[in-house]
Design a protein around this ligand. Structure first.
Ligand code: NAD
Length: 477
């Protein structure tokens, strides 16, 4: 049982303002496995004030970017040391298979922070430009200020790092509000931040629910909001930020398509399916859960995908053999099961669909529906679980039309042995990211969505600009 009694604010561990607590329940055992204090508005006030002081009273925002790069490098080392604890904390809370937690929540996270450490070390913040009007202008990139960051439960570590990395590289300070569903990992990350010796107040955590998130979003001391979560919450946060004229980035939901072309290698598709469509039990925003298959190879792919998914090992996410763990909460499991019930009326069940065999835990069986129309609810709404819809198409134009007929536009993939043809299809897909013969977001490239999948991009050098504002100084004499 992990019990915490403080928050990491202003470079140290401080007592909460209220006695409310968040209980952490294991997705596998349904037992309480820990508890942490629940943040209140007064705790957010304290964290935002600390972040403001760090911005205005320390040299963090004005130091050479290489100094911030060095601090991020120490942070990456401190996270790496805690890798095993971090992976386990995520797995027990949200059901992520431990191999995925190792690879993404730890390995990818450490690589991402090292990437930002290197980026910060080489950051150019001032550029002298000759003006066509005959004088010189100095264009300066300044940190946007105090960032309020709101994180969902599905990839709590990596999604925090996608904000911490560019924000700190740019010289911002940050207050993070983790989701109440995944809080234990945030304490391990805070320990790593303490070891990295960021100046006090540069990075602060206050866990809590949506009201606390809403308080942070509209806090007068916050200069920019970085949100990852559902489209519904993103719309409401976007409205508030619009009214406040506060910069905001929104990484929201998805309903991505995998287009399998006629010449695709079936073994490559089956091998890549877990990463593209079922990462962390399908609880990934980019999951390609609409599988578009050409008429000419339809039955072959339906049979192969159904057989592969039926054979996935469902079980304790801490067991290294497990491929599909439980859903992140009981409410979420019920939602996913509701979609499976709906799918029975909208498609042909070819894998899974039965109640889970586990006596405890929020498990659902990985499930595949064939003969699904793209207008079906299960093809249009984000299920956020291990439920795939196979949709047939006649030719490339129809595949593109179906793929793009979605409210969302976050991920996507094209499967073909002909790269030029696959790129041709990828270029026509209305989405923020596309994988060819697999799916893996690149650290060095912008990640994010269009339409109901959000606004703005994370990762890649472009992400740092989202945490900077531009100042032009005209040198006239
Ligand atoms: P959620 O929107 O319910 O909650 C996300 C976070 O926002 C939580 O910390 C929550 O407490 C907070 N919150 C909720 N409403 C708020 C409000 N009105 N104001 C301020 N804060 C608020 O989402 P979730 O269920 O935790 O996460 C799953 C969703 O996140 C899925 O839709 C998934 O696709 C999306 N997601 C997107 C990405 C991406 O990069 N695009 C990545 C991961 C998850």
């Amino acid at each position: 049982m992990q019990q915490h009694h403080t928050f990491f604010i202003d470079g140290g561990w401080v007592n909460p303002a209220s006695s409310q607590r968040i209980e952490v329940i294991s997705a596998t055992s349904e037992q309480v496995i820990g508890s942490v204090p629940e943040g209140s508005n007064a705790d957010i006030d304290r964290a935002v004030a600390a972040a403001r002081r760090a911005l205005t009273e320390s040299t963090w925002a004005s130091c050479a970017p290489a100094e911030r790069g060095a601090a991020l490098g120490r942070f990456a080392d401190a996270l790496e040391k805690r890798g095993a604890r971090l992976a386990e904390a995520v797995s027990v809370q949200n059901g992520m298979p431990i191999n995925t937690a190792d690879q993404l929540e730890v390995g990818y996270t450490v690589a991402l922070i090292r990437y930002y450490a290197a980026l910060a070390s080489n950051l150019q913040v001032e550029e002298s430009r000759p003006s066509p009007l005959g004088f010189n202008t100095l264009v300066r990139r300044e940190p946007v200020g105090v960032v309020g960051a709101i994180i969902p439960w599905n990839f709590p570590v990596i999604l925090s790092m996608m904000k911490i990395g560019p924000a700190l590289a740019a010289g911002c300070t940050i207050v993070l509000k983790p989701s109440p569903g995944t809080v234990l990992d945030s304490y391990i990350v805070a320990e790593a931040a303490e070891e990295a010796q960021f100046p006090p107040g540069v990075i602060n955590w206050v866990p809590g629910g949506r009201e606390l998130g809403a308080y942070l979003v509209s806090h007068p001391g916050v200069d920019k909001v970085a949100f990852t979560g559902s489209t519904a919450a993103g719309r409401s946060i976007g409205e508030v930020c619009g009214r406040l004229l506060r910069p905001v980035s929104l990484e929201l939901g998805g309903k991505s398509a995998s287009i399998i072309l006629e010449d695709a290698n079936i073994d490559a598709v089956l091998a890549g399916l877990p990463a593209a469509s079922l990462t962390s039990n399908g609880q990934a925003c980019f999951s390609c859960t609409r599988i578009l298959v050409p008429n000419s190879r339809y039955q072959e792919f339906v049979d192969a995908i159904a057989a592969t998914v039926s054979a996935y090992v469902v079980g304790d996410p801490l067991d290294r053999a497990t491929q599909i763990g439980p859903m992140g909460s009981a409410i979420h499991r019920d939602r996913v099961e509701g979609y499976i019930a709906k799918g029975r009326t909208e498609g042909k069940l070819v894998a899974g669909g039965r109640p889970s065999a586990q006596a405890r835990g929020w498990f659902v069986q990985p499930t595949v529906f064939a003969d699904v129309s793209n207008t079906a609810t299960i093809a249009q709404e984000e299920i956020f679980g291990p439920v795939l819809s196979i949709i047939r198409y006649a030719d490339d134009n129809e595949a593109i039309r179906i793929a793009n007929d979605s409210a969302y536009g976050l991920g996507g993939s094209v499967w073909s042995t002909d790269h030029a043809r696959a790129f041709g299809m990828a270029r026509r897909m209305a989405t923020g990211t596309v994988g060819i013969n697999g799916y893996m977001p690149d650290l060095n490239a912008p990640f994010g969505g269009i339409k109901a999948s959000g606004l703005g991009r994370e990762m890649g050098p472009e992400s740092v600009s989202a945490y900077q504002q531009l100042k032009s100084m005209y040198v006239l004499g």
